[in-house]
Design a protein around this ligand. Structure first.
Ligand SMILES: Nc1ncnc2c1ncn2[C@@H]1O[C@H](COP(=O)(O)OP(=O)(O)OP(=O)(O)O)[C@@H](O)[C@H]1O
Ligand SMILES: [Mg+2]
Length: 355
């Protein structure tokens, strides 16, 4: 549906620098695919969306949509709808007029318009709000009007720039699942921007992780989480315990002398071993190696306990213990020694050149 080839955008800033907001981006978005751009603030997510929609002109590279080269086409001639980061509703129009605007431009009859506006508002949980003005709505409600306005035209390609950021956690999680279902049922390709890793993992077919205008990895949520390509991806998605060292056989030895066992064989090089916090167990498990850790902090977050501790060598580690296993945490106190067990086959190795 969309292909970017070597997309590069250099901004000159008022401070007199030139900034590579996009630095040679190659990416393909399939038909009916939900792809999420994920990365820290300022990494180029909005710029990438705007390169697709045409609001940003590339310095080099190409944008191809549905088989057609877009370089010479202004935004209004590209087969794309956008939900902007700052929602950008027309303030002088009612909610109903905002949502139905594209249908009016396309000369859809008043009766059909009214019906589709009502359906679109129902979709985003704003039934009956047609006659309000944007300023008579909360921020989260305005954001949902913007979403309804983009969905009503049933585009083949929808670009969404943090469309759920103004919603509270419960509404946000409901909307995530609804949007995902809607995208799938209507067969729309979504390019979705968020800096919320949980949201990216929940909604996406694939996630593209960006940093400094470059793609770090594009893959399914599971592959990104379980097999991050480098330490940036490992640290940006999920919490991580990273051990740099030398792999030899099935052991990684760190500079300070800790040994981490792992399941990959035949790796004899500099690596970073990754152990996710949920892969530590506090109760002794037959055949699992363990690290000696002094517990420094125990935080209860509802569904789990987050433990922070330090190894003998002074390395800070974290472990997540499901609340259902509270018995293993119950007896622990700050400053106490504990053994953190792990399954070597759950240890992921990142090669030094990728790290
Ligand atoms: N018109 C512009 N002129 C100069 N620099 C710009 C311009 N637009 C964006 N930038 C810079 O380009 C970089 C990428 O910006 P972009 O808006 O794409 O980031 P983002 O990933 O969407 O961030 P956020 O998560 O905060 O929305 C930033 O460093 C930003 O300051
Ligand atoms: Mg942005």
């Amino acid at each position: 549906m969309v292909r970017l080839e070597g997309a590069t955008k250099i901004f000159s800033t008022p401070e007199g620098q030139s900034l590579r907001a996009l630095d040679g981006i190659d990416i393909d978005v399939g038909r009916n695919e939900f792809i999420t751009l994920l990365g820290p603030s300022g990494c180029g997510k909005t710029t990438l969306l705007q390169a697709i929609s045409g609001f940003v002109e590339l310095d080099s590279g190409r944008v191809i949509i549905d088989g057609h080269e877009m370089s010479d086409r202004p935004p209004y001639r590209r087969p794309v709808n956008t939900v902007f980061q700052n929602y950008a509703l027309f303030p002088h129009m009612s909610v109903g007029e905002n949502v139905g605007y594209s249908l009016e431009v396309a000369r859809v009859t008043k009766a059909e318009r009214t019906e589709r506006v009502a359906a679109a508002l129902r979709m985003v949980g704003l039934e009956g709000m047609e006659n309000r003005r944007p300023r008579q709505l909360s921020g989260g409600q305005q954001q949902r009007v913007a979403l309804a306005r983009a969905l009503i035209a049933r585009p083949k390609l929808l670009l969404l720039d943090e469309p759920l950021s103004a919603l509270d956690k419960n509404l946000r999680e409901t909307m995530q699942l609804e949007l995902k279902t809607l995208q799938h049922d209507l067969g729309i390709s979504f390019v979705f921007v968020t800096h919320d890793q949980q949201e990216a993992l929940t909604m996406s077919d694939r996630i593209a992780v960006l940093s400094n205008g470059r793609i770090q990895q594009v893959d399914t949520p599971r592959a990104i989480y379980d097999h991050p390509a480098n330490t940036f991806v490992a640290s940006f998605i999920g919490a991580s315990n990273l051990f740099e060292g030398q792999a030899d056989g099935d052991v990684v030895t760190t500079a300070e002398g800790a040994s981490i066992r792992h399941g990959s064989t035949g790796t004899n090089s500099r690596v970073t071993a990754l152990i996710r916090p949920e892969h530590f167990f506090l109760d002794a498990t037959e055949g699992y190696p363990a690290l000696d850790v002094v517990v420094e902090q125990i935080v209860f977050v509802g569904s789990s306990f987050e433990l922070f501790g330090r190894t003998e060598q002074g390395r800070r580690l974290s472990a997540h213990v499901p609340a259902a296993r509270r018995a293993t945490v119950g007896a622990l106190e700050q400053g106490q020694k504990s053994r953190w067990y792990y399954d070597p086959s759950a240890v992921h190795l990142i090669r030094a050149e990728a790290a």
